[in-house]
Design a protein around this ligand. Structure first.
Ligand code: FEO
Length: 174
């Protein structure tokens, strides 16, 4: 059985992960509206990854014989000044999520909840990857600046991303 404080914090994390999915789906919609279908594809895959993250917490709560309570999801922004600004916002959001995962690790240690702590190790590794890929996208877009050709190349590159279901510690997302 999981302690109430931990299950409440995990329910809150489901909300954060679902908001992440919502945010990236909103960014994908905006990219489509700008004709940047490759960047939209990258963000659509990211949306699915965030759903999978939410489900990891969902399943953990169920497996530990506690109750999932879905919380309200805030409306995300719908426009950004540029693709660079959108990806900068994505990086900032991932840094925020890393902070939340770190807080959960601290809580699981405080509550001597070793099962939760073990599950959270996957997220520690995942967040390193999440921040790294978001940061690379920002770097690429900073490099191309206002170049239309450069933007089209980045769009083509990001459009190659495909979704892989993260199913275990060894099979993280991208
Ligand atoms: Fe679920 Fe992108 O962190």
């Amino acid at each position: 059985m999981i302690k109430k404080e931990v299950s409440s914090a995990f329910n809150k994390q489901i909300q954060h992960e679902l908001y992440s999915a919502y945010l990236y789906l909103s960014m994908a919609a905006w990219m489509h509206s700008k004709g940047l279908d490759g960047m939209a594809q990258w963000l659509r895959v990211q949306t699915m990854e965030e759903m999978a993250h939410a489900m990891k917490f969902f399943d953990h709560i169920i497996e530990r014989d506690a109750t999932v309570e879905l919380l309200e999801i805030e409306k995300p922004p719908t426009t950004w000044e540029s693709p660079l600004e959108a990806f900068k916002a994505a990086l900032g959001h991932e840094q925020f999520i890393t902070g939340k995962i770190n807080d959960l690790v601290t809580l699981s240690n405080k509550e001597s909840d070793y099962a939760s702590n073990s599950m959270l190790q996957w997220f520690i590794d995942e967040q390193v990857e999440e921040e790294s890929t978001a940061s690379k996208n920002v770097q690429m877009l900073e490099m191309v600046g206002d170049s239309g050709n450069g933007l089209m190349m980045v769009d083509r590159d990001l459009g190659a991303r495909a979704f892989k279901m993260p199913s275990s510690k060894d099979e993280g997302g991208e």
